[in-house]
Design a protein around this ligand. Structure first.
Ligand SMILES: Cc1cc2nc3c(=O)[nH]c(=O)nc-3n(C[C@H](O)[C@H](O)[C@H](O)COP(=O)(O)OP(=O)(O)OC[C@H]3O[C@@H](n4cnc5c(N)ncnc54)[C@H](O)[C@@H]3O)c2cc1C
Length: 301
């Protein structure tokens, strides 16, 4: 198969780029293995015009919109290899699809590192969260916990105090520095430093935190600060530069990575990690790629 653009990843960033490129009559293949970062959540918040929509409904609608553009193909598969080959790139997918593309857009997203706590998985995305901009608003007036080791959790708790009045920091058997402890005291934020045994709840709703010793802590929500990493190593194997946070670096003018012909959009760059930003970055990458084709064809400077 020969395409103008291979888009790796069909989340908001990749699909937004596919929409722009489809409208530019470019032949596009979108390969997506279907692990969009927010699928465990019930609602997307902070997305103008789509506030509160479920992530899976959002993706269904986006795919339906893109299906109107016959030059765009979408396949549910993982891209396992992309290698430069002269003026183009050769690619291989897990379902056996192989081909060549003139440009590559990596919209592969990130994977969140969940805290290793018993009971966390069924609560994640419903009452256990990592992003205050996504989910903080819903917890004003409710009892919440900030989870993180050492000063990390305490610093998260301090920021949470802006959204919620009843915040308790859980440092899970680790120490908080004297300076940060003083800031917690100044803001009236209690610290529970005992090791956490489990999170308990029903139907995704957290009800309490159980410690290895000491009383249980009834809570309606928990925010954590652990970290995340790239969902795909393709940017690394292609030789794209990464910054100190692990985000892929792009040229602010051309939108390209350090590897000519390879672009990125969405969470991969580790800029602001929101759906609205991923959509905007996808559109920007789509325009940048189309401009590169126009230049190649002598149609623009
Ligand atoms: C629990 C949770 C809740 C969130 N809530 C919100 C919210 O309320 N509001 C908000 O704005 N943001 C929210 N976010 C953040 C939001 O999910 C991301 O900013 C957004 O999904 C980024 O879009 P993306 O297209 O860059 O990546 P993703 O949506 O993660 O999509 C990347 C896609 O690429 C695929 N992929 C990766 N590697 C390959 C490969 N080699 N081959 C093929 N496919 C590949 C992945 O499987 C995935 O389907 C939330 C995140 C989480 C974790």
């Amino acid at each position: 198969m020969k395409v103008d653009v291979l888009i790796v990843g069909g989340g908001p960033a990749g699909l937004s780029a596919a929409l722009i490129l489809g409208r530019c009559h470019r032949k596009v293949l979108v390969c997506d293995e279907g692990r969009q970062r927010n699928l465990s959540s019930h609602a997307i918040h902070g997305l103008l015009g789509r506030e509160g929509k479920s992530p899976s409904d959002f993706l269904d609608e986006a795919l339906e919109e893109i299906s109107r553009y016959k030059s765009v193909l979408v396949r549910g598969t993982r891209v396992t290899e992309v290698v430069p080959a002269g003026e183009e790139f050769r690619f291989v997918c897990a379902d056996g699809t192989t081909g060549a593309a003139s440009k590559i857009l990596l919209a592969t997203g990130l994977v969140d590192e969940l805290p290793e706590l018993e009971g966390v998985e069924p609560l994640y995305g419903v009452s256990v969260h990592h992003c205050l901009y996504c989910d903080g608003f819903e917890y004003s007036g409710k009892p919440v916990a900030a989870y993180g080791r050492g000063d990390k959790g305490a610093e998260l708790g301090l920021v949470m105090k802006h959204w919620m009045s009843d915040v308790v920091v859980c440092s899970d058997g680790t120490e908080v520095s004297a300076q940060t402890m003083q800031r917690l005291e100044q803001q009236g934020i209690p610290l529970r430093s005992e090791p956490v045994q489990s999170l308990q709840g029903k139907n995704g709703e957290l009800s309490k935190i159980v410690f290895r010793s000491g009383p249980e802590l009834p809570r309606a929500g928990l925010f954590f600060s652990t970290g995340c990493h790239q969902a795909s190593d393709l940017s690394k194997s292609l030789g794209c530069k990464r910054d100190e946070k692990g985000g892929v670096v792009t040229d602010p003018v051309t939108g390209e990575t350090a590897v000519p012909g390879v672009y990125v959009a969405g969470d991969v760059s580790r800029d602001v990690l929101l759906v609205a930003v991923a959509i905007a970055e996808g559109a920007e990458a789509g325009v940048a790629i189309n401009k590169a084709f126009l230049r190649r064809d002598g149609l623009c400077e």
